[in-house]
Write a protein that binds this ligand. Structure first.
Ligand SMILES: [Fe+2]
Length: 466
């Protein structure tokens, strides 16, 4: 049985193909169009998945979309009515987009793939996130946590999963959202929402969390883990342009960062980033502890855009009491494409689980003739090496403090460079971060990199056991 999962029209459009529950291909549309976070209908990713499966759309048994558009439109409409007439401008622009494209996703899928509407199904946004994590994890049973900006209504959800069934029973609904809370700081600090969140995380360790008391005013958390934002500080429910308001700005007593002036290097903004990061971590740990207590499970599967915050993930792993934590590599909305397909196959159709992740290399690969042509067309000096020669060469270059661009095999599923498309440098030298940043145009000095060590040296370099 072949199922194609699709996500699009918000950010990070993607497609994923599974055959009898096994992942054949999965890729974000941005990898083909080279438009970062491309949200358009993922024609290229779909074509790639079908090609990788050596099938045409006629061979598909089902196509699943990762969320329910009418439920999402209901949320947008009711939110407007609740705040009318304040959000009129943003509602009109959203309404136009929904009427034009987003509501008619079934038609878009049907006409592109030329398949019967009966084969096109829909999964709920947070169910797709949870499914992406549990069904690719090595766990037979697990607690579940999803957290993002917003799906249809849900922004955070939790529950448990066993064998091939997942149950997402509890949650927090829009406008109360940890993702939107963090995105508001992202914009206040001069970064782009849905793009710059990891820069806030990267800026945070350069600051001191001296504004935690102020940030705590924005969000109230109950003992059961649920939380509410104090909406009097926010604007994201009233405008699609600015997420914070004057009261938010007055709270920190500094103007928002002007991205053109790069004044975010001023220490106060690093302190605000540190404070927002600390509060996010604290709230997530409370939620995860509560899930651990309620479910009694020793494993946790976690997904959603907020699960791309690696520092907060570490806090959950360390403090929430779970023995094992599995985070889906495409934790954001792209991962929903795979999650929706797996949810249909296992939960709805009842097929047992037979596979989990052994790697994340489900993307396209460069053919040798393409590489050769690229080298020739661009007049690049090149030399073909054997594998042994290549490894020696790269190690020697790294020793000499050189920066190496490394491309091998199929590209990664999800936003992280994990050795298939990576920039390599020796992390033991403190100056190397500046060197790598200086080699890549427009990168701020505080932007982080992921250190890599061989498995046997893991405990030597990282604060981690086993
Ligand atoms: Fe999401």
């Amino acid at each position: 049985m072949r199922i194609l999962g699709i996500s699009c029209y918000y950010h990070d459009a993607a497609a994923a193909l599974i055959e009898d529950g096994k992942i054949i291909a999965a890729a974000e549309e941005e990898r083909f169009t080279r438009v970062k976070h491309d949200s358009n209908f993922p024609k290229n990713a779909i074509d790639f998945c079908l090609g990788e499966g050596k099938i045409t759309s006629n061979d598909l048994d089902y196509v699943v979309f990762y969320e329910k558009p009418f439920l999402k439109f209901e949320r947008i409409t009711l939110s407007f009515l609740a705040t009318a007439p304040y959000a009129r401008e943003s509602f009109v622009s959203a309404y136009r987009m929904w009427i034009k494209d987003k509501l008619w996703i079934k038609t878009a899928i049907g006409s592109y793939l030329k398949i019967s509407p009966k084969k096109i199904l829909f999964s709920e946004h947070h169910v797709s996130h949870a499914a992406s994590s549990f069904y690719t994890s090595p766990f037979k049973r697990s607690a579940l946590l999803t957290c993002d900006g917003v799906g249809e209504w849900m922004t955070t959800a939790w529950g448990k999963a066993e064998k091939n069934k997942i149950h997402l029973d509890y949650g927090v609904k829009f406008p109360h959202s940890l993702g939107l809370f963090y995105s508001t700081f992202t914009q206040f600090l001069g970064f782009q929402i849905n793009e710059g969140e990891y820069k806030v995380m990267g800026l945070a360790p350069y600051g001191t969390p001296r504004y935690v008391d102020k940030v705590e005013k924005l969000i109230h958390q109950s003992e059961d883990g649920s939380f509410q934002l104090d909406l009097s500080y926010f604007n994201f429910h009233l405008s699609d342009k600015v997420s914070f308001n004057d009261k938010f700005t007055r709270l920190f007593d500094v103007p928002p960062v002007d991205p053109k002036k790069s004044n975010r290097v001023v220490k106060v903004y690093a302190d605000i980033a540190a404070s927002a990061q600390k509060v996010l971590e604290d709230k997530l740990v409370v939620i995860a502890k509560m899930i651990r207590k309620k479910t009694g499970e020793k494993n946790l599967c976690y997904a959603g855009g907020v699960a791309l915050n690696g520092v907060a993930n570490w806090k959950i792993f360390k403090e929430a009491g779970f023995k094992n934590v599995f985070i889906h590599p495409a934790a954001g909305d792209s991962g929903g494409a795979l999650g929706a397909a797996l949810y249909l196959y296992h939960h709805i159709l009842g097929h047992p689980r037979r596979y989990n992740f052994r790697h994340v290399y489900f993307g396209d690969k460069n053919k040798e003739e393409d590489i050769r042509r690229f080298i020739e067309e661009n007049g690049i000096k090149a030399k073909k090496l054997s594998n042994d020669q290549l490894e020696n060469k790269v190690v020697n270059l790294l020793y000499k403090k050189k920066v190496v661009g490394w491309v091998q095999g199929r590209f990664e599923w999800g936003p992280r460079a994990l050795g298939a498309r990576s920039i390599l440098a020796d992390p033991r030298d403190k100056k190397i971060r500046t060197l790598v940043n200086s080699k890549i145009k427009f990168r701020e000095a505080f932007r982080p990199f992921a250190p890599v060590a061989v498995y046997e040296d893991g405990e030597k370099y990282f604060d981690i056991k086993n």
